[in-house]
Write a protein that binds this ligand. Structure first.
Ligand code: IPM
Ligand code: MG
Length: 347
C-alpha cells in the first residue's frame, strides 16, 4: 500500500483536507492514510508546531497532503514556535524546492474573477516558485541601531546552485506546456536578482526550444492583471512567488481554487492549497475545498505517476463548478461538505 501522510493543520485546514481525502478514497487506488498534527494544532497538543513524529511520518510517506497552518493565538510566540515554521520546516527538511502553482480559469467562473471576463478567460499559467531560499531562510533578527532604535533584518540571498535547480524546473515545465518561460526578478535593484537573471540566461542555453523572457516583479504584478493570457510559465523566487500566486488566485476567481505541489529533485512532494488557515471562517463549513481537492489530483500526478485519475479529479471539479455548485467565496451557498460531495458525484 502506498502511504499518504495527511497533515490537516489549523483553521480550515482539517475541513478542506477531509474532502480531499474522501475524493482519493472514492477512487479506490490502494492508498493508505496516516494523519499527524502540524502547526498551531501541534503546538497546542505538544508544544511544537512540527513534532518529530510528524516530520518522521512526512519522511516515511510517499507523498504528503497538507491543509494549512496559521493560528492567531500563536502570533505572540517566539518565531520558532509559530505555526508557519511547520510548513517552512517541512519544505526545508525535505528539500521541497520546486513549488508548482497552476492557475486556470474554470468555465463558468468568469463572473467570480476580479478581472473582466475576456481578460480572465485567457488565463492558463503556472507559477514555479522557489521554496528553499531567499529572504525566507536568510539570517534574521532584531537588533538595536547605534542611535538606540529597534531594527529588524532579514537577509536575502541565493547561491547559483539554488537558482540553477529552480531554473531547470521552470524550463522543464515550460517545455511540457507552451514553451514560454518568464523569469521574474528585481535585477534593477537587487544583487540576488542579478545572479538569478544571469543563471536563468545561462540555463537557457540547454533549452533552445523554450522562449525565455524577463520581467521586474513590479511590472509582472501589473501584467498579471493587465494581460494574464500572455503568461505560460512564470519562474520566480520564494518571496515574489508567494505574492504573485495570491494575486493570480483572484484573477481566476478565488484563492479557494488554487492547488500547489512542492517537489524535491526525486519527485517526492507535499501538496497543499495555496490559501491559509482562514481562522475567521474555520469550523463553519464555509471554506472552499476545491484547492485541496485539486492538490490531491496533483499528488496523484506528480508523486504517484497516476495521471488518469488526476485528470478525472480535475474534470470532476470543473463539472461541479459548471453545474453551479459554489461555496461562499464564489458567491454561492454550498457548504464545504456539499461542494466535496458534488465533486465526488461528478467522479
Ligand atoms: C504560502 C503561505 C506560506 C508562505 C506561509 C503560511 C508561511 O503564504 O504557502 O503561500 O509564505 O510560503
Ligand atoms: Mg502565500
Amino acid at each position: 500500500m502506498t502511504l499518504i501522510a495527511i497533515l490537516p493543520g489549523d483553521g480550515i485546514g482539517p475541513e478542506v483536507t477531509r474532502e480531499a481525502r474522501l475524493v482519493l478514497e472514492v477512487l479506490d487506488l490502494g492508498l493508505a492514510f496516516e494523519e499527524a498534527a502540524v502547526g498551531g494544532a501541534a503546538y497546542h497538543a505538544g508544544g511544537h508546531p512540527l513534532p518529530p513524529a510528524t516530520l518522521d511520518l512526512a519522511r516515511r510517506a510517499e507523498a504528503i497532503l497538507f491543509g494549512a497552518v496559521g493560528d492567531p493565538t500563536c502570533d505572540a510566540l517566539d518565531r520558532h514556535l509559530r505555526p508557519e515554521q511547520a510548513i517552512l520546516g517541512l519544505r526545508k527538511e525535505l528539500t521541497l524546492f520546486a513549488n508548482l502553482r497552476p492557475a486556470k480559469l474554470f468555465a463558468g467562473l468568469e463572473d467570480a474573477s476580479a478581472l473582466r471576463p475576456e481578460v480572465a478567460r485567457a488565463i492558463d499559467l503556472l507559477i514555479v516558485r522557489e521554496l528553499n531560499g531567499d529572504v525566507y531562510f536568510g539570517e534574521k533578527g532584531m537588533r538595536t541601531t547605534p542611535a538606540g532604535l529597534r531594527e529588524g533584518y532579514d537577509v536575502m540571498s541565493y547561491d547559483e546552485g539554488e537558482v540553477r535547480r529552480i531554473a531547470i524546473a521552470g524550463f522543464e515545465a515550460a517545455r511540457r506546456r507552451r514553451g514560454k518561460l518568464c523569469s521574474v526578478d528585481k535585477a534593477n535593484v537587487l544583487e540576488t536578482s542579478q545572479l538569478w537573471r544571469d543563471v536563468m540566461i545561462e540555463t537557457a542555453a540547454d533549452y533552445a526550444d523554450v522562449a525565455l523572457t524577463h520581467l521586474y516583479v513590479d511590472n509582472a504584478a501589473m501584467q498579471l492583471v493587465r494581460d494574464p493570457g500572455q503568461f505560460d510559465v512564470i519562474v520566480t523566487g520564494n518571496l515574489f512567488g508567494d505574492i504573485l500566486s495570491d494575486q493570480a488566485s483572484m484573477c481566476v476567481g478565488s484563492i479557494g481554487l488554487l492547488p500547489s505541489a512542492s517537489l524535491d529533485a526525486a519527485g517526492k512532494g507535499l501538496y497543499e492549497p495555496i490559501h491559509g488557515s482562514a481562522p475567521d471562517i474555520a469550523g463553519q463549513g464555509r471554506a472552499n475545498p476545491c484547492a485541496a481537492i485539486l492538490s490531491a489530483a496533483m499528488l496523484l500526478r506528480h508523486s504517484l505517476g497516476l495521471a488518469e485519475p488526476a485528470d478525472r479529479i480535475e474534470a470532476a471539479v470543473a463539472t461541479a463548478l459548471a453545474a453551479g455548485h459554489r461555496t461562499a467565496d464564489l458567491g454561492g451557498t454550498a457548504s464545504t461538505q456539499a461542494m466535496g460531495e458534488a465533486v465526488r458525484a461528478a467522479l
